[in-house]
Design a protein around this ligand. Sequence first.
Ligand code: BES
Ligand code: ZN
Length: 627
Amino acid sequence: MALLASSSVVAPRAAELEPIVPGRDYHTLANTDEFRLRHLKLELQVLFEPRILSGIADLTLERLQPTARQVRLDTRDLTIRHVWWVGNTGELVALPFQKGAYDRTLGTPLEIDLPAGLNAAEFKLRVSYQTRPDASGLQWVPAAQTAGKTDPYLYSQSQAINARSWVPLQDSPQVRFTYEATIHVPVGLRAVMSAANNPQLAPDGVYHFDMPQAIPSYLLALGVGKLEFQAIGPRTGVYAEPPVLAAAAAEFADVEKMLETSEQLFGAYRWGRYDLLILPPSFPFGGMENPRLSFITPTVIAGDRSLVALIAHELAHSWSGNLVTNSTWRDLWLNEGVTVFLERRILQALYGQRRHDMEDALGLQDLRTDIADLPPADTVLAIDLRGRNPDDVFSDVPYEKGRLFLGWLESRFGRAEFDAFLRGYFDHFAFQSISTEQFRAWLEQNLIAERPGVVSAAEIDAWLYRPGLPPSAVLPHSTAFAAVDRARHEWLAGKRSAASLPGKEWTTNEWLHFLNHFPQRTVRTRLSELDDAFGLTTTGNNEIAHSWLRIAIRNEYTPAYERLASYLETIGRRKLIKPLYEDLMKTPAGAARAAAIYARARGNYHPIAVATLDRIVYGRKDAQVTR
Ligand code: BES
Ligand code: ZN
């Protein structure tokens, strides 16, 4: 997952900047110290033809600074029509506003001047606005790229800093607000949000939402399409297009059990329902933990439930991330690393040690690749992202290094003690946003101080502030993979035939390990022998296909080229397509093929994926998510 590992935008060197102020959000232009968004009320029309959301946002703001006279909101590429102050009886007073200086990473602040007499501790502003067709946080998917092919699909992806491209607000993970929304969609389509969803279809195309739990803006989410609902358990279910609904419900049948297991491990689930929304294959991520409704790539519907770690992951964010939130993107490891730790605990409880160990070992392999490819400064948990878009610096470091940090603490203090610590942590910081330093202080007071000498401050600081992996890390190991390594070795050495490999018994994880450790070059006849025995080119498992296609590219195994093209033209999940384009770009013939495929596929990809791939295929170092 070393996205943009080697070719990321030029970052200002940390040494040239001021020291980082922990907890200060460098990715907002809003004046969150002077005013705080407390409640958001949206009324939006979803216009598929011009690809525009149009309507109003009512923002209830708390005044923190009695003398402040200007509210600054985050926007990116929004067209602002009017701004009003909304009086207690609903009267509207037009307010002067202007756009501040545009920043290519952060967007454009909307500056609203308040009337001199407006000193209330809480007040309401109304912004009338519309989005642009190329909004970085929205993807307008044409009917042809959906499962049903009959209706278009719209979905949002707000994390990390894209909520500002579809709602004017304080786009910072340390600002939490409740929200309600009225969404108008074409009759026959359904709107869903990261809020209370009504499984009934609205005959007039008007949907109302209420989100009583306060969330940060990156968890604001909307999906619109030809969607139906199928229940899985009492608190769980799936929204999907009719052609994928049954397959999705079967694939994710364990989600209710996952929810119960998570509650036993980490404490009560505080969000009411937990549903899944299946997105079109162009979704640039595997999943997104939008509260009450995780957004999920269809590429994990493998038919055998082998890729459901993703669901455990997004569900686990209901504790780490959605309940206790990173206060800035520098602290992303508090979301992702803690979540991977919880995810693996869920897998272990539900599917056993062997499965757990394999997932863990694969995670470590990905981490090692990233540590080898990334500049050392970007392998630090508390990463310096100033001047960069967090989306462009996405890697496995916050995930797997964060997971190893917690695993190391657990190994020192013991599972029972560490579990108790984690539960206390979720309770104490519930519905708050915290920095790495707040985590560190809490750890110090609630775990380390009680058992002096078990870990040292220097060890903790090495984990948080130093590159690479500390020598004391407890590294995962899978005995299942040792057997796979032996089989690969014997086959490559000509000691056994492909047909004699135990591939039919291998799980997805064993296959991934088998394929991910091929030598740089493999004789093509051996590849076709393997392909004949196991049908790798035509596998319906997109992760296995990804690993196989990488081998095919390296060895110019032409029978897989057609699949490669159709794979890249239908799937937009960045983790699965980025390495394929990178591999293709390594030879002139591959680069030509990449350019031809990309010319056809680019229009199907999400703006986030386009930003990454433009750099790889067109070599545009300056490409940004925004234009
Ligand atoms: N919250 C992330 C996705 C994300 C992170 C989007 C940072 C934008 C910025 C989500 O929970 C996630 O981690 N998805 C992974 C899933 C995997 C680790 C199981 C993905 O999409 O690959
Ligand atoms: Zn995550």
